[in-house]
Ligand binder design. Structure first.
Ligand code: SF4
Length: 237
């Protein structure tokens, strides 16, 4: 698939929140290799591209000097063979690149690290092994685990690990299991725990009902070598 046929769903033209230290735009790719029940972007996951890489590149050309970063999100951008050529053109324009990924393509992440394609990675740690299928709809924890290992084993590209929690799917024990695993792997950055937020009452991918309760953040231990940050929890405000 050449880069001009990348299935781009939309572009968020400006964000100061999604790429640490950068003023960025977000490119949303259609399609995903997971089926998370809580996904609030079913229209992106199941949808087709509505725009082209050429349109995004034209947009980026106009924003040179105003933005300095591009976030590749979705959906899951890493599944597309045309992505490397697209990233190369984005970088040639002087933009830094952040990849948001579910980690199912360690081969791609490794290749991108080797090629110096990435300035930041946000990796979703969806669930511990025994819950991975329940949360994501697929049994590929080992692939995710390989991506986490390779990111933890390098010091060149900053990255973050984050987990979205819908308490119909995950509980405090599951989050503790993830934290223990991060400790075992020597993770020493910030671990973000995000509360699931319904998006304008739009149905999620698995039409999950609203959470009956939020995760009890106060019952979680502190991270040993990493900082824990909570996002979107009403019970903490
Ligand atoms: S939440 Fe899951 S299904 Fe939705 S885009 Fe992310 S990885 Fe894909």
């Amino acid at each position: 698939m050449p880069e001009d046929t990348l299935p781009i769903y939309s572009v968020t033209p400006f964000t100061m929140l999604d790429f640490p230290g950068r003023t960025a735009c977000i490119v949303w790719f259609s399609g995903c290799n997971m089926r998370c029940g809580y996904c609030h972007n079913p229209q992106i996951v199941k949808g087709k591209g509505r725009g082209t890489a050429a349109e995004v590149l034209a947009f980026l050309e106009k924003r040179q000097g105003l933005l300095d970063g591009v976030v590749l999100s979705g959906g899951e951008a890493s599944v597309y063979p045309g992505l490397p050529a697209f990233i190369r053109q984005v970088r040639d324009m002087g933009y830094a690149v952040k990849l948001d990924t579910n980690g199912l393509r360690p081969d791609i992440v490794q290749a991108f690290l080797d090629d110096g394609f990435l300035d930041y990675v946000a990796l979703d740690y969806k669930a511990p092994p025994e819950k991975f299928k329940k949360v994501t709809g697929i049994r590929k924890y080992e692939d995710f685990s390989a991506t986490l290992s390779l990111l933890c084993g390098q010091k060149t590209v900053p990255f973050e690990v984050r987990t979205t929690v819908h308490t119909a799917l995950m509980d405090e024990n599951d989050v503790c299991a993830i934290m223990r695993d991060l400790e075992d792997r020597g993770y020493d950055r910030t671990y973000y725990i995000q509360n699931f937020r319904a998006d304008n009452d739009r149905p999620t991918l698995a039409a999950l009902s609203k959470q009956e309760r939020e995760l009890d953040c106060r019952s979680l231990p502190a991270g040993k070598n990493f900082h824990v940050e909570f996002r979107n929890f009403d019970t903490l405000t």
